[in-house]
Design a protein around this ligand. Sequence first.
Ligand SMILES: Nc1ncnc2c1ncn2[C@@H]1O[C@H](COP(=O)(O)OP(=O)(O)OP(=O)(O)O)[C@@H](O)[C@H]1O
Length: 333
Amino acid sequence: MTVVIEISGLRKTFSSLRRGRQTALDGFDMAVEAGQVHGFLGPNGSGKTTTLRTLLGLVSADEGEMRILGKPSDEYAEVAHRVGAIVESPAFFGNFTGRRTLRLLATAGGVPPKMVDSALEQVGLRDRADDRVKTYSLGMKQRLAVASALLKSPELLILDEPANGLDPAGIHEMRTLVSGLAASGVTVLISSHILAEIELICDTVTIVSRGRRVVAGPVAEVLASHAKGEFRVGAADLPRTIDLLTAVGGSIVAGEGHIVVGGIADPARISEVLGKAGIWVTELTPITPDLESVFLDLTGTRPTPGVTRQVNDPPGTGQVIDISDETTTGESA
Ligand SMILES: Nc1ncnc2c1ncn2[C@@H]1O[C@H](COP(=O)(O)OP(=O)(O)OP(=O)(O)O)[C@@H](O)[C@H]1O
């Protein structure tokens, strides 16, 4: 399989007067294979945009190696025409129509004008192409942005938060669009905070936390490797079920009308124990974690009641807000 994006040991530090030195990337690695839809996930401030901007040559790395479509970063110009990217939401001129916007971009990029219609068609904007951009919904503007990246028929499309701010229908449309592009052979690298979407559309995933990769691989494997070997069990006599399964080493968490059983690796053992006692199992389902749960655990960002996490807090920490004190100073934050 051809690797189209290879990043190893990427480091980037920013300096600012107010916050001093900020390590955005701390030896980050990533690999994306051709034909994949690859999800790029991480909490706020974990280094996703910095990675994408560095990959595209918009900021320079302090250290590390990057290859894109087989070319090292200093030869990126040679493959730039094969890469479409939306890393910052493009600002469109509201009084131009979608078609005029794309025509201008096509002319500026040396792309044949006939590509405009095909890009409009691909993103489903053909019928609104002659309306002014200021009349477009946010979802339509996002589609126009994707269309602008598609003008050069890229082999690799890099999308930073394409579903940001979209309503459920807009998210669904963006998902259909990305799936369609992937089906036509485009490799897509997509960063997002919408984990359920990533779980639905991505083949593989990289999760970054504080500038380092914490997990990478096929989505199904990442989820399976974080399964805790638990089963959801339903039965008519739950109190007795709990006693019987506890007696054979099960650890039980009681739920509404079911129990969650850990510590018994083989589901056949559960049905055997209950069947022998005359208890018929009505449900026996392995519990697989979802991407959100894996993400929260790996990045240490699972919310804790009463604790407010700031974006730059180390994982697992946060400031405890004492909400019992109701006195106010009249100051606003
Ligand atoms: N130009 C900059 N100057 C100073 N610090 C920066 C700059 N760009 C990024 N940073 C810092 O680098 C870290 C990583 O930021 P980055 O934007 O890459 O994160 P992100 O994962 O894309 O976050 P988000 O999900 O919120 O978009 C943050 O601490 C951020 O404040």
